[in-house]
Design a protein around this ligand. Structure first.
Ligand code: AMP
Ligand code: ZN
Length: 137
């Protein structure tokens, strides 16, 4: 078992646990962007959001929702970001799907919203068609 998050779930590596149930585990990120930065993970190992079975993803997101409310009320903070990196190209370092809950404070100086690019003339519609035709719920 190489996955560091699987080792945390198995109790082989210590972690600052915030929440645990049969399916989901949450703990403090060891290198917080802001104090109270939480990681929420399904206990079963899947790499990305699309790899994760829908019901397990739902359960994980309900914990994200609950802990988002908790950081707002208990830290407290002014807001929070949910970030989930999928695949190394996106910045995913640990290949076990995880949701970052990053508490934010007004004027904390973080810039998590990069500047937007422009579509080359005519390509927006091409991209829209490609994506719209493949979405299934
Ligand atoms: P990502 O870049 O989205 O894969 O995020 C991985 C996160 O896991 C980083 O924010 C790390 O600080 C965090 N991390 C790595 N190892 C540990 C650990 N042993 N305990 C808590 N957080 C960790
Ligand atoms: Zn894992």
């Amino acid at each position: 078992m190489e996955c560091i998050f699987c080792k945390i779930i198995a109790g082989k590596i210590p972690a600052a646990k915030i929440y645990e149930d049969r399916n989901v585990f949450a703990f403090l990120d060891i290198a917080p962007v802001n104090p109270g930065h939480i990681l929420v993970i399904p206990k079963l190992h899947y790499e990305t959001i699309p790899d994760t079975p829908p019901e397990l993803l739902q359960k994980t997101m309900l914990v994200v929702r609950n802990l988002g409310d908790r950081v707002m009320n208990k830290l407290p903070c002014d807001g929070f970001n949910i970030i989930c990196n999928n695949k190394p190209a996106s910045g995913q370092a640990v290949p076990h799907v995880h949701f970052h809950i990053i508490p934010r404070h007004q004027g904390d100086g973080l810039h998590l919203h990069p500047p937007g690019k422009k579509y080359v003339e005519g390509t927006l519609e091409q991209v829209r068609r490609k994506l719209a035709s493949t979405v299934r719920v």
